[in-house]
Design a protein around this ligand. Structure first.
Ligand code: MN
Ligand code: MN
Length: 265
């Protein structure tokens, strides 16, 4: 089934700095700029005739429950024919409604989550829909049955308790052996670009040194491709173009889009 791409222009749940709402068009511009071809490292051609671009969902300053419901509606419509969906964020709030929508169609979703942060806060600064909370909302709602995290290097005591409560497989950078456990069934991949070291991806709101290399993130994606899993959707979130240098991070995003499109469907 032909993958679809949806930009989500929404960063109103960001706790520190705005900017990711402008990422979808910046990533598209770099993706189509002509400096790179459209073949993935695994050899799949993902030129624009191989997927369908649905444009952007502009949510402006919508309050969180309104934004959630608009995203659920858009994702449900986009995936009603069984198409996999790749979204370009937006801040990490967007993953909660995306997975909520997919859970209406797929049982026992596994999430592969790349991030510096566990994003498991019950609430942050009084906001239960903060970009620091999506995986708490997903797991407590039963929208996913398994959550694997990579790139983590900021886990607080509260977030470790939350990880235990939800049975999260949290692979902290400090101790990760570089492998991805065996995966089966429907898999959703969520890449918060701050999971990479800021040396590779400076255009993010939260610089957290000590992160993953691009090579390691590509390795995770390729390991998922070589597993028994069916990739039903993915997102690339938290790119903040206002912090970027010479489109370095936009190009990271564009390459992630290519490699993810290549393993979907
Ligand atoms: Mn995140
Ligand atoms: Mn993060």
């Amino acid at each position: 089934m032909t993958p679809k791409v949806l930009g989500i222009e929404y960063d109103a749940r960001s706790s520190f700095m705005r900017g990711p709402a402008s990422a979808p068009d910046v990533v598209r511009r770099v993706l189509h700029a002509g400096s790179a071809n459209y073949t993935t490292e695994l050899g799949t051609n993902v030129d624009p005739s191989r997927w369908s671009d649905l444009g952007n969902l502009d949510l402006g300053e919508a309050p969180p429950l309104d934004a959630r419901d608009q995203i659920i509606t858009a994702v449900s419509e986009a995936t009603a024919d069984g198409s996999p969906l790749l979204s370009i964020g937006g801040d990490h709030f967007v993953t909660y409604p995306i997975v909520a929508a997919l859970s209406q169609r797929y049982d026992d979703i596994t999430i592969v989550h790349v991030d510096a942060h566990p994003d498991l806060y019950d609430e942050l600064d009084g906001d239960r829909y903060s970009h620091a909370c999506p995986f708490a909302r997903i797991m407590e709602s039963g929208h996913a049955s398994r959550l694997l995290q990579f790139g983590i290097r900021t886990a607080t005591a509260h977030q470790r308790e939350q990880a235990d409560r939800f049975g999260v497989e949290m692979h902290e950078v400090r101790t990760w052996d570089g492998s991805v456990p065996p995966l089966t069934g429907p898999v959703y991949i969520s890449v918060d670009v701050d999971g990479l070291d800021p040396a590779y991806a400076p255009g993010v709101s939260h610089h957290e040194p000590g992160g993953l290399t691009m090579r390691q993130v590509l390795g995770i994606i390729h390991d998922v491709a070589q597993s028994e899993a069916q990739v039903i959707g993915a997102d690339v979130v938290e790119i903040n173009p206002e912090r970027d240098i010479h489109d370095m991070t936009a190009m990271v995003g564009a390459k992630l889009v290519r490699e993810l499109l290549g393993i979907m469907g």
